[in-house]
Design a protein around this ligand. Structure first.
Ligand SMILES: [Zn+2]
Length: 118
């Protein structure tokens, strides 16, 4: 594994982590004790119409929070692998992940052959 690629991807992953966290902050609040995110329940007012709009917005927040949190978990896991020194090793087969794949998908945990296994 080329160290320059790891350094480059670490920078990319940290930037992506920041980006995802700021997107998450708009739709969810972070539980500082365990790092989990909880979708925000908006407050538009107290009429029946407001309440219906709140429920709809809340459901969108839940969906977006779920999607962003999954991506964030993948990015965080990749950063943890860099720290542990096993970044770029396929989680399924244990072989080195192709450099071109890591360039394209810095958070990849599988090689191309094993990509459908997860
Ligand atoms: Zn593999």
């Amino acid at each position: 594994m080329m160290n320059t690629l790891i350094e480059k991807n670490k920078k990319k992953l940290l930037e992506e982590k920041d980006r995802l966290e700021s997107l998450l902050a708009r739709v969810a609040s972070k539980d500082e004790t365990n790092g989990d995110f909880h979708a925000k329940y908006p407050d538009f007012g107290s009429t029946e119409e407001d309440n219906a709009a709140e429920v709809a917005a809340y459901e969108m927040n839940i969906a977006e929070e779920h999607d962003l949190e999954l991506k964030l978990n993948r990015v965080s896991a990749a950063l943890a692998r860099i720290d542990k020194g096993n970044y770029g090793i396929c989680a399924v087969g244990g072989e080195e992940i192709q450099g071109a794949r890591l360039e394209a998908v810095p958070e990849a945990e599988n090689c191309v052959q094993h990509d459908n296994a997860s």
